[in-house]
Design a binder for this molecule. Structure first.
Ligand SMILES: C[S@@+](CC[C@H](N)C(=O)[O-])C[C@H]1O[C@@H](n2cnc3c(N)ncnc32)[C@H](O)[C@@H]1O
Length: 204
């Protein structure tokens, strides 16, 4: 049985529900920013402080993570984040209007380290092409991972992904991104002396 999430920042949404009306949910028409796999929400709270002009959607299918994310948001007093518990593709298909995202963030997605499981990874060329149709012109795409071959793979295929411009050129990735908050997972690896691979592209 799921622990109920009673926070006002948590939006109860199920696959069969109609899509949220974003302007009603946030009380304004600001552009949307989506974090896929927000974990316990430490990143999105920091990012939302930096971007009061955006409405942030924190998405994760991990219930306890959603609850922790809501607690952080409630404590912060921020009004520009809402939390949804759902699977990313199901949620995007049903709830995100075409070309409406101004920012998409994926930090430390599940690495599926075993070779035979790599095809289960969320981020690949098909997924980025799919995501692109929900991103507006000029939207930012951020990807970060502690996992070397995931980082190198995304950094590599993004150089030929149609419709995106590398914001870190001439580098394909960096180990430090000025002004980019550190998430719980990133902190864990940084404290062990292991680098994070950051990729930053813009839809053109
Ligand atoms: C390794 S954790 C990283 C959490 C956080 N981004 C961070 O850096 O601390 C990956 C998170 O992504 C979530 N996740 C993985 N695949 C997902 C999907 N398809 N839809 C929604 N959430 C997903 C998991 O539940 C988990 O909380």
């Amino acid at each position: 049985m799921l622990i109920p999430n009673t926070s006002r920042t948590f939006i109860h949404w199920q696959d069969s529900d109609p899509p949220p009306v974003w302007s009603e949910i946030f009380g304004n028409d600001n552009s949307l920013a989506l974090e896929i796999g927000c974990g316990v929400g430490d990143f999105i709270v920091q990012k939302a402080v930096l971007h009061p002009e955006l409405n942030f959607i924190a998405l994760d299918f991990y219930n306890k993570g959603c609850i922790k994310t809501c607690k952080r948001i409630d404590k912060s007093g921020l009004t520009n984040i809402r939390v949804f518990r759902a699977e990313a593709r199901t949620f995007i298909n049903a709830c995100i209007p075409a070309e409406s995202l101004k920012m998409t963030i994926i930090n430390c997605p599940d690495p599926w380290p075993k070779l035979r499981h790599r095809k289960r990874r969320l981020v690949n060329t098909d997924f980025v092409e799919y995501l692109s149709s929900y991103m507006m012109h000029g939207a930012d795409f951020y990807f970060a991972t502690d996992f070397v071959d995931y980082g190198l793979d995304v950094a590599d295929f993004m150089t030929t992904q149609k419709g995106f411009e590398n914001q870190l050129a001439p580098d394909a990735f960096r180990h430090h991104l000025e002004g980019y908050p550190v998430s719980k997972y990133m902190r864990r690896f940084l404290d062990l002396g292991q680098p994070i691979y950051y990729v930053h592209y813009r839809k053109i």
